[in-house]
Design a protein around this ligand. Sequence first.
Ligand code: ADP
Ligand code: MG
Length: 247
Amino acid sequence: MSILTIENVSKRFGDNEVIQGLCLDVKAGEFVSILGPSGSGKSTIFNLVGGLLTPDEGKIQLQNKSIIGKNGSISYMPQTPSLLPWRTILQNVLLGQELQGEINREKAIEMIEKAGLNEFMHSYPHELSGGMKQRVAFIRALLSPQPIILLDEPFSALDELTRIDMQKWLLDIWDSHKPTILFVTHNIEEALFLSDRIFVLSHRPSHVISELKVPFSRPRKEELLLKDQFLESKRTIHFALKGRDSV
Ligand code: ADP
Ligand code: MG
């Protein structure tokens, strides 16, 4: 069953035509990535799905109901973790639930412990490293009751090693909870390592130039990053993106 469907969506800002005829869908329990160059409108897609912007054309449906212009229907993790500095880690994690009026404190505590942040439960965000803050923001998104989580390049500001650790952590959580995730990235490797399906976007005005079902079984281990089949898929996507470049 599709949780989210985007059909023929277009969006422009004045003369800047950012998205044109975009179609994609995310099914229940799926990990889907949108992969596109910087400036191709990925964050704009998130803002459209999150109801912060409205499309000029097209449909956006969550569980068969239009969510155009409606916020609060999806769980959203922006590009920077945006934790509230005056709230402790536990209080920050509980925020998504508070906003939706459903609090499960035990679950929050359990998730924080599983993320290895036990000793930071009552600390404030400034006491945590970048990777730790990302974990907190992700746990908050995961515990919010909405049916889909949107993640906008959550790891792009992290150094390479921390990023791989975070990807492994995310895969681990995903394997045990199977939340429905729509993930945005400009990193081919990251999309391949994490996702079930990938939608590759063109440059502006962006649309889907290729949809790829990721062939690797789960659970996935770091070694996968160096396997021939992985590198081959990486090349395929690289050329899909490049092919469009040279038109
Ligand atoms: P990406 O996330 O793929 O890097 P964005 O969605 O942030 O791309 O931006 C795509 C284009 O849309 C850029 O040219 C950007 O300047 C423009 N844009 C994004 N949001 C707005 C806005 N609120 N008002 C005007 N232009 C915007
Ligand atoms: Mg962006």
